[in-house]
Design a protein around this ligand. Structure first.
Ligand code: 3HC
Length: 717
């Protein structure tokens, strides 16, 4: 073995991110950006990497190289997104992409073989670097994921990803990754041919060095993609097949993005350009389209949301330094839809859960629901049968409070009724450890009202989960003036452990998310009464960017649930929240929505939504004839009511910041992400424009659109 030596970076500029050890002719290039939690390809890293490549190229003793990360769970998190914020023009962004391509081209053209030793997140520019290496080894570890998540930021892969990935794994698999940005776990990456080898993390470096040596000696050649079957050859392997795949992908993308997200289509164009002509043309198109996308407002808003959610990950939820308590055992009261949903995410995070309901049949139903969520994961091969059984073994059921004496947190998910919640709290508090926390999962009832009967009100708070719990990414943690900072920090920390984004909101009817949702829904109801067709209302809001329209949402949530909550809100806020009479009439007629297969829409036996039920207008007491209300008016009335209420929530101190308000609306009710959230949307249109529009609406519909003080102040500024 040669004497160990270090190839120093000759003129380190900026942070010294790389170190290079040459052992026995193999250079181990370690990327470990000092003072940063993740590795990212910043300007400085690019420059330093180029210098290292140059050095290795000239060092004739070096016969191979390994690229590895010094970070515990990240290989490379991609290009430095913060640098995108400094880009002012499409041309600047295009140049950034060209620079990235040149760097990656230098990796691909190295004289010596280079092995990417991947452990942890290998994303965006990180995967583009790995694709340019000679050989890729990934660790078989849950933290190891590979993706091109650029479209989620409103941009496209800009350092060769749209060109190299289709060649590496085939067109269809590449489009699936590029157009969704989804994470691919190591095992799947291996099956797809994205990486050549899987190893245990403990031997990653050792195996990578061995492979670099073998490749350097010409003894081992990287394999190309395996298992090219008949369909692969037919669709990915010839120009005609590829054009069919591209056309189909374009149609599906247009259907999915509804014209709101230009990046996936731009990515398709870049991929198509690479397949249709000379390679240089493909790379040029990639850079040009990257530049174009980076300059869009959509990209700016999506990047804002990335940083907003990242900032929330670090937010303890309280302003004072306090350590959250560990939650190892969780008690859940109520094994219904919400209770079992919460149980399903908790057991998957390794929490021991005790679930209580009034009788054995209900507990059994709750168990079946938890198993159902896990079974779904098993079917998708995300977990094994053993993992399913192990996870289920963390769940225990009871019809009394046995076992609740040792839990750290109790989440109550019983019927939305104050008296019932009081009864539960009175019963459970004497059983709980004094330091354990009681969280009520209510969607509207003020927490202070629930806490009135508590002996330890400092341990009472709200945890508002959204349904279905295993899919919805948000939790609102609701505090009262009496809740202790330690309780809040514990609930926030545990919410994050469940994989959720958590916003802390102050107590008040409807808290934040439901408070801004109701004026929107009520306005939809009034439009209906006025004669707008149900399709026109739903279509208008889908065209605005919501995943479903407000009427469909009501059918999904259940009219009875909605109406009950609406009356709580009306009582609290008065005329502004007066519920639409149409919805009340539907409840009276037992049209609760999808769950009873009778609502605004028709449902078949399996609960599949059909057309609007023509009888519903008469039941709702709506105008006999449908009147044409312009789409823009429908959008403005529903959305402005929501924006105005969001501004009031900020003014009333319900939310702590605009950031929380934006993230809460996007993750809680699907406010269009490409608009950044209610507050970013207000900024985009200008508070003064919104105020004047609200004033005009208020003169037509007195009392419903009076601009919030917060907006008036903002408009004056
Ligand atoms: N650029 C800049 N900062 C980044 C970053 C990136 N690509 N990735 C992560 N960070 C920062 C976060 O902002 C955060 O900063 P902070 O500590 O100052 O708040 C810090 O790194 C830690 O991030 P997380 O809190 O998110 O850490 P996690 O461990 O929870 O997650 C991660 C790590 C999975 C890497 C996650 O951060 C992530 O998904 N990052 C973004 C990945 C991405 O979108 N990459 C594509 C970039 S675009 C690109 O590569 C274009 C190319 O094609 C040219």
């Amino acid at each position: 073995m040669d004497a160990m030596r270090t190839v120093d970076n000759p003129e380190p500029r900026g942070p010294y991110a790389f170190s290079v050890d040459v052992q026995d002719g193999i250079a181990i290039v370690t990327l470990d950006m000092p003072g940063e939690p993740v590795n990212k390809i910043s300007r400085a890293v690019k420059d330093e990497f180029l210098q290292i490549i140059d050095r290795l190229e000239r060092d004739t003793e070096v016969r191979g190289a390994v690229l590895i990360s010094g970070k515990p769970d990240v290989f490379i998190a991609g290009a430095d997104i913060e640098e995108f914020l400094l880009l002012e023009t499409a041309a600047q962004a295009e140049r950034l992409s060209r620079d990235g391509q040149l760097l990656i081209d230098s990796v691909a053209k190295m004289r010596i073989p280079i092995v990417a030793a991947i452990h942890g997140a290998c994303l965006g520019g990180g995967l583009e670097v790995a694709l340019a290496c000679t050989y890729r080894i990934a660790t078989e570890h849950p933290k190891t994921v590979l993706a091109l998540p650029e479209v989620q930021l409103g941009i496209i892969p800009g350092a060769g990803g749209t060109q190299r990935l289709p060649r590496k794994i085939g067109l269809r698999a590449a489009l699936d990754m590029i157009l969704t940005g989804k994470n691919v776990r190591a095992k799947k990456a291996y099956q797809m041919g994205l990486v050549e080898e899987l190893v245990h993390p403990a031997i990653l470096l050792q195996v990578a060095v061995k492979r670099a040596k073998e490749l350097g000696e010409g003894g081992k050649r990287p394999q190309t993609r395996k298992d090219r079957g008949f369909v692969d050859t037919l669709l990915d392997g010839n120009p005609l097949g590829r054009s069919v795949v591209l056309r189909k992908a374009r149609e599906e993308t247009i259907k999915k993005t509804k014209g709101h997200y230009p990046a996936p289509l731009a990515a398709l164009d870049a991929v198509a350009a690479g397949l249709s002509g000379r390679a240089a043309h493909g790379y040029r198109e990639e850079s040009r389209l990257f530049g174009e996308m980076a300059a869009t407002d959509v990209s700016r808003q999506l990047i804002y949301l990335f940083f907003a959610t990242t900032a929330l990950k670090k937010d303890s939820g309280v302003d004072v330094p306090v350590e959250p308590r560990d939650v190892d055992k969780l008690g859940i009261i109520g094994a219904g839809f919400m209770g079992s949903g919460i149980a399903s995410v908790a057991v998957q995070q390794g929490t021991v859960v005790r679930m209580k309901d009034a009788d054995h049949a209900r507990v059994a139903k709750g168990f079946a629901a938890v198993r159902g969520v896990l079974k779904d994961r098993l079917t998708k091969r995300q977990i094994t049968r053993t993992q399913l059984d192990d996870t289920m073994s963390l769940l225990g059921g009871t019809v009394d409070y046995s076992g609740f004496g040792s839990v750290d947190l109790v989440i109550e998910a019983v019927f939305e009724d104050l008296a019932t919640k009081h009864q539960v709290l009175r019963e459970i508090e004497p059983v709980m450890k004094p330091e354990a926390i009681f969280a009520t999962n209510t969607s509207t009832i003020p927490i202070a009202r629930v806490a009135e009967v508590a002996v330890r009100p400092d341990r009472v708070l709200g945890m508002h989960f959204f349904s279905p719990v295993h899919k919805m990414p948000l939790i609102e943690v609701i505090t009262t003036p009496g809740t202790s900072p330690e309780s809040v920090a514990t609930a926030v920390s545990y919410g994050k452990r469940l994989g959720k984004t958590v916003i802390v909101v102050n107590d008040g009817p409807g808290f934040y998310v439901n408070r801004i949702l109701f004026p929107y829904i009520n306005e939809a109801g009034r439009l209906l009464e006025q004669g707008a067709s149900i399709e026109a209302i739903d279509d208008a809001m889908v065209a605005f960017g919501f995943p479903v329209g407000p009427i469909t949402l009501l059918d999904e949530v259940g009219m009875d649930v909605g109406a009950k909550a609406a009356s709580v809100m009306h009582e609290a806020f008065g005329a502004r929240f007066a519920p639409s009479a149409a919805i009340e009439k539907l409840v009276a007629a037992g049209r609760y929505g999808r769950k009873v297969k009778k609502g605004f829409y028709l449902y078949d036996e399996d609960g599949k939504k059909g057309a609007v039920d023509p009888e519903v207008y008469a039941v709702a007491g709506a105008a006999a004839e449908r009147t044409e209300i312009p789409q823009l008016e429908i959008q403005q009335r529903c959305v402005f009511a929501m924006l105005n209420e969001a501004a009031r929530c900020l003014e009333d101190g319900i939310i702590r910041s605009e950031r929380d308000g934006d993230v809460g609306a996007v993750f809680g009710i699907g406010f269009p992400p490409f608009r950044g959230g209610p507050f970013r949307y207000i900024d985009s249109m200008g508070a003064s424009v919104l105020v004047s529009q609200l004033e005009e609406l208020d003169s037509r519909f007195p009392g419903r659109f009076e601009p919030a003080e917060q907006l008036l102040r903002q408009a004056r500024r």
